[in-house]
Design a protein around this ligand. Sequence first.
Ligand code: ADP
Ligand code: MG
Length: 157
Amino acid sequence: MQHFQAHLHDEAGTCALGASLARALAPGLTIYLHGDLGAGKTALTRALLHAAGYEGTVKSPTYTLSEPYRVQLGGRAVNVIHFDLYRMGSPEEFLDAGFREDFNGDNICIVEWPEKADTVLPPPDLNLFLSVAGDGRDVELQATTALGNSCLERLHF
Ligand code: ADP
Ligand code: MG
């Protein structure tokens, strides 16, 4: 399985990776974003959405837990659903909100704080790890499925 790592010197580096990822996306992809508060998970997602053509504001859905965005991917409309599960109280909350139905093989799901829902959350195609390193960030991407693997093969950064 494909594996990728890089050092992101500054926020512009994080945004550039988000844009590269946007070009490598495929429908149905689930990406878990791992990393402490302030690691850059939301910054990366925002850059990805803007590069995918979404023009509005992108904030972490801290209280609503999820926020859907409609983008064009290779001429086709796709939902990108951004989750931030940091404030999720229990796995039941995830199920009651109907979040499992969002992972339908068509939507692209990007999940901050997946560990908060690990018993009920569908598995990822890609795990992305961000960590503070000096003034910048280290990033690591691991594919866990064939779909994630093909995404990393298309990733040019
Ligand atoms: P998270 O969603 O992981 O809690 P945020 O994206 O909300 O983190 O915040 C990340 C913070 O780190 C922002 O202040 C952003 O400017 C900064 N940042 C993002 N990427 C980098 C980087 N590569 N180097 C230094 N600072 C960064
Ligand atoms: Mg965040």
